[in-house]
Write a protein of this length. Structure first.
Length: 177
């Protein structure tokens, strides 16, 4: 399975944008925005909540690049990792500045792995097979090998282009609220 998410506005979406369980997924030039306040607050794991933008599952192979994230909390919200050891990101931004999304994904993988290994040691049981894996940015594929595309490489341009061409305003639909 191969899926591409391109040019989407994820506004106040608290999870799964996308949530990938398996497959090769390309996520590029999307604009994500949310807040810890307001009618629909987004609360990341770091703040004690379940909110996240990119959700990585155990067999996923996500190739992310040039996504713009805006959030008034921490970078922790950018990615959630459910035992995924293969993830790549190139030049995404958090609040207009470069963000190391790979480091967030790696940290969450390593924390889950350490917890599972400690649990197995404490109970005398075998740890899950995925704990033998090492985190890598080699996702086993590259979108440019499959199709031609040219991502926007500026956070403000991604934001402006998505706002002009995605969502109800672009379709002249009334806003929901």
């Amino acid at each position: 399975m191969r899926v591409t998410y391109y040019g989407n506005l994820f506004d106040g979406v608290s999870q799964r944008s996308p949530r990938v369980r398996y497959g090769a997924v390309h996520v590029f030039n999307n604009y994500y925005r949310g807040s810890v306040t307001g009618d629909q607050p987004l609360v990341s794991n770091e703040l004690g909540g379940p909110s996240h933008y990119l959700g990585l599952g155990i067999e996923s192979r996500v190739y992310s690049e040039h996504n713009a994230f805006e959030y008034d909390g921490s970078q922790d919200i950018v990615v959630q990792n459910w035992n995924a050891h293969r993830f790549f990101d190139r030049r995404s931004w958090f609040n207009g500045r470069p963000v190391d999304v790979v480091a967030v994904a790696r940290r969450k993988f390593e924390a889950a792995k350490a917890a599972e290994l400690a649990k197995a040691a404490a109970t005398g049981s075998a740890p899950p097979a995925w704990t033998a894996l090492e985190f890598t940015t080699d996702v086993g594929w590259a979108p440019a090998e499959v199709y031609a595309y040219r991502p926007l490489v500026n956070a403000n341009l991604v934001k402006r282009t998505v706002l002009e061409h995605a969502g109800p305003a672009a379709l002249n639909l009334p806003a929901q609220g």
